[in-house]
Design a protein around this ligand. Structure first.
Ligand code: DAT
Ligand code: MG
Length: 149
């Protein structure tokens, strides 16, 4: 099974969307392997978004992601990196397909409610940034045999 890093951003927390977002992944059959709320430091934000350093939206992005608590999670499932991204929709919520998380709850690219790793390599890097190895839990769910053939 694959793992990805997903985060409800400060706007999602403030807008009471945490439960709704987690429920979408759970109901899909994606397993929660780690979950916590935290306030991201500037240092961690700059590492997490390191690939965007130097872009015009980098400073506002760091300001935004550190502006309030986030809910960080590791999700597990078949092809979960791309599945979670598909469920989130395009970066710009106005371009995100209706029914996706961003397409359901967002209006502006700088307030797009959720983050999800964009590749298995990013997922490994981001999981290690946000979670200690012992915080990511390996466990079985009986329902898996009803989700996977
Ligand atoms: P994604 O979050 O879909 O992986 P990304 O990695 O390209 O998108 O960008 C990270 C975040 O930065 C994105 O969720 C919102 C913000 N962002 C991206 N492009 C932007 C832009 N052109 N203007 C303002 N914010 C932007
Ligand atoms: Mg990205």
């Amino acid at each position: 099974m694959d793992r990805t890093y997903v985060m409800v951003k400060p706007d999602g927390v403030q807008r009471n969307l945490v439960g709704e977002i987690i429920a979408r992944f759970e109901k899909r059959g994606i397993k929660i392997a780690a979950l916590k709320m935290l306030r991201i430091s500037r240092e961690l934000a700059e590492k997490h978004y390191g690939e965007h350093k130097g872009k015009p939206f980098f400073e506002p992005l760091v300001d935004f992601i550190t502006s309030g608590p986030v809910v960080a999670m590791v999700l597990e499932g078949k092809d979960v990196v791309s599945t979670a991204r598909d469920m989130m929709g395009a970066t710009n919520p106005l371009k995100a397909a209706p029914g996706t998380i961003r397409g359901s709850y967002g209006m502006d690219v700088g307030r797009n409610v959720v983050h999800g790793s964009d590749s298995p390599e990013s997922a490994a890097r981001e999981i290690a940034l946000f979670f200690a190895p012992e915080e990511v839990i390996d466990y079985n769910k009986e329902v898996d045999s009803w989700l996977y053939e």
